[in-house]
Write a protein that binds this ligand. Structure first.
Ligand code: TGC
Ligand code: FAD
Length: 392
């Protein structure tokens, strides 16, 4: 990618609603992305490699567990600070944001919320510092949108459980030190557990050949008679509401993150439209280009307001899962549409790695699918407003 010339856009002066702490977080993450991510992200994607040096930087800027209390190594910040971090990271790359989302919302969150005090003390400080990385295993080869159909299972053997099954499409799996895994017990009840790398029968083969999220490592989790000590079971939750509760937090972060990708596409398209001359004038002077840009900033502004309000509700513990679904669905779709329009404004140059557009567009094809697909979130909203469950 050529030099990162990104300028933030805040059309409705939403930043006036931020606290000094929010602003500090915003500028430090933005600076870090410009300095450490932009110069290498294109090459990392071309090579399909996750740059491991980002882990230390992510920990230093507080991207691992920003809302986990400080006594466990977290940042002790609010939900808006978490959203801002996700947005600035995804401005750099959705894969980078994925790594931080998974660590914070899908690994630290369940250990903090459903774990024992011993588990919190053992894992959270190391996860916050990046000394330990985690992943989250819910999806299976035959059970994606319908996780309740999972066949991964544990059997009680007295002083331990034996875990069998497989998980697929797991972000961070190839290098994670631990996995928060969801499997059914003999009564068919979903239980959460911490599986550690090195446990006999546990492997994490990498998934190759992705055209999307290439700077994020994805893999499988395979369990072949893995012995799980009873102290590794998350004691404080039973049932599907355990993993779905984690998804509320991650989906909330994605609703902020997607705006970051959209902002980067819009910013690049705006600058290109002012600099690219055709028919003797900048292409930004043509009405059709203006229509694209005006619609982009309108949609970005609406999404910024939606997430701000959602963040306030989340800080007050009043955000409902259906409200989170609406924001995730709207904002990811908005970002994908903007990436496609921005690609057109860049003409042929839009398909090259000189500009971030095509990378964002391809990344967003995963983001619109993971953490609940576009249509699943529509059905969650549909169920919420009509009272009828389309999944039954
Ligand atoms: P259903 O019968 O509706 O609910 C089962 C139980 O769960 C409760 N519940 C929730 N609890 C907390 N938060 C939510 N969002 C919840 N939604 C439901 C519900 O009250 C019930 O509790 P209880 O006490 O009565 O047992 O469940 P269902 O089987 O009908 O499924 C509903 C459905 C389809 C909405 C759900 O399963 C779903 O969301 N499917 C999408 C799956 C998904 O999002 N997978 C994501 C995998 S992780 C991932 O993609 C990480 S990518 C990370 C990255 O790289 O950034
Ligand atoms: P399916 O569930 O098979 O869906 C296929 C299509 O059918 C979709 O369009 C869907 O909307 C539609 N569909 C399904 N059911 C219905 C219905 N009832 N009504 C209407 N349409 C329906 N999972 C994890 O657990 N951990 C991770 O870290 C993780 N990381 C991921 C990283 C990447 C890069 C990707 C691509 C996925 C990741 N996932 C992860 C998995 C992700 O959550 C699933 O891909 C997603 O939930 C969809 O499941 P599926 O791919 O099996 O699609």
């Amino acid at each position: 990618m050529s030099k990162d010339r990104y300028q933030y856009h805040d059309y409705y002066l939403m930043d006036e609603l931020l606290t000094d702490e929010h602003r500090l977080v915003q500028s430090s993450v933005r600076d870090w992305v410009k300095k450490e991510v932009s110069p290498i992200v294109e090459e990392a994607c071309q090579k399909a490699e996750f740059p491991k040096q980002w882990i230390k930087g992510l920990a230093e800027i507080g991207a691992f567990g920003p809302y986990i209390p400080a006594e466990y190594g977290g940042g002790g910040m609010d939900q808006i600070a978490y959203g801002i971090i996700m947005q600035e990271l995804e401005r750099g790359d959705s894969g980078l944001r994925s790594t931080a989302s998974v660590q914070s919302s899908l690994v630290m969150y369940p250990i903090y919320t459903y774990g024992s005090e011993e588990q919190r003390k053992k894992y959270l400080p190391k996860l916050a510092s990046g000394e330990m990385m985690g992943c989250f295993g819910l999806t299976e080869p035959d059970h994606g949108s319908n996780p309740n159909g999972m066949i991964s299972n544990i059997k009680d053997k007295g002083d331990h459980f034996v875990l069998n099954g497989a998980k697929m499409w797991i972000s961070n799996a190839p290098f994670a030190d631990i996995a928060v895994v969801w499997a059914k017990d003999e009564a068919g009840i979903v239980r959460g557990m911490i599986v550690e790398r090195g446990m006999k029968g546990f492997t994490t083969p990498e998934t190759h050949g992705k055209w999307s999220l290439r700077a994020s490592a994805t893999g499988e989790l395979v369990f072949d008679n893995v012995i799980i000590p009873k102290e590794n079971i998350l004691p404080n939750v039973k049932g599907l509401k355990g993993p779905l509760g984690c998804l509320n937090s991650a989906r909330y972060g994605i609703s902020w993150g997607a705006i970051g990708a959209a902002l980067d596409c819009y910013d690049s398209a705006l600058r290109y439209s002012q600099e690219r001359i055709q028919f003797g004038r900048p292409i930004g002077g043509f009405q059709l280009t203006q229509k694209k840009l005006a619609e982009m900033i309108t949609e970005i502004t609406k999404a910024q307001m939606l997430t701000w309000r959602l963040g306030v509700l989340k800080n007050e513990n009043r955000a409902t899962p259906a409200q989170i679904s609406m924001a995730k669905r709207n904002n990811v779709n908005m970002a994908l549409q903007i990436a496609r329009e921005a690609r057109q404004i860049h003409g042929g140059m839009g398909i090259t790695g000189e500009y971030p557009i095509m990378r964002h567009m391809m990344n967003l094809e995963s983001v619109i699918t993971y953490e609940g697909t576009h249509d699943i979130h529509l059905l969650i909203t549909g169920m919420d407003v009509t009272g009828f469950n389309a999944f039954e």
